[in-house]
Design a protein around this ligand. Sequence first.
Ligand code: SAM
Length: 215
Amino acid sequence: VATPIGNFSDMTYRAVETLKMVDDIYCEDTRITGLLLSHFDIHTKMHSYHIHNEQELTSKIIEKIKDGKNIAVVSDAGMPGISDPGFLIAKKAIEENVDVCVIPGVSASLTALVGSGIPSNTFTFIGFLNSKDSKRKEELENLKHKTETLILYEAPHRIKETLEMLNDIMPNRYIVLARELTKKYEEYLRGTPKEILDVVNELKGEMVIIISGCS
Ligand code: SAM
């Protein structure tokens, strides 16, 4: 079940109905999902399901479903399975002939892509680059000649380094940094990596980088 990326009003009716109706909700952080549930007056029991226990819990969840339970999986924000837990349980459920039903909703990737004004007819979702500088540089070098639009997720404490690398590797590329989407301080910064670097020092919050393709 998809959940909002910052603005609770983006929760869909179907997501609320589903989370009320299922027997259990598996979520990354019970404190974060707890806030959402209390906002929508949902009283379903929550259990932790995150990258550290995902391997071990997935089979148990599938067994519960086989025993007749309805289980929802949510992540902290956005679409599960998109740079978040969700892929493994969908894969395993399909392998075991257990029904998977996605309750769709917002994802930061597509929200940023559409708001960027950069061509969205063909794009590649990269997600997070490697956290090691040398590996991240190598990944960007490998992406340099891609002609389609690229979508990157980046943590706020690494944004400056990533923009510096983009400035070295793709200095003339038009990029858009989409920040705090759906929230009060939502903002799109547009220009070359250098132009965005000039203002990035003060930037906080969650960010997506959209990079126009190599022409
Ligand atoms: N599953 C989520 C989705 O569907 O978008 C993504 C989860 S991933 C762990 C978190 C990253 O998504 C953040 O580091 C940031 O790059 C991006 N993100 C999430 N919420 C955002 C927001 N409100 N504005 C901009 N980027 C956001």
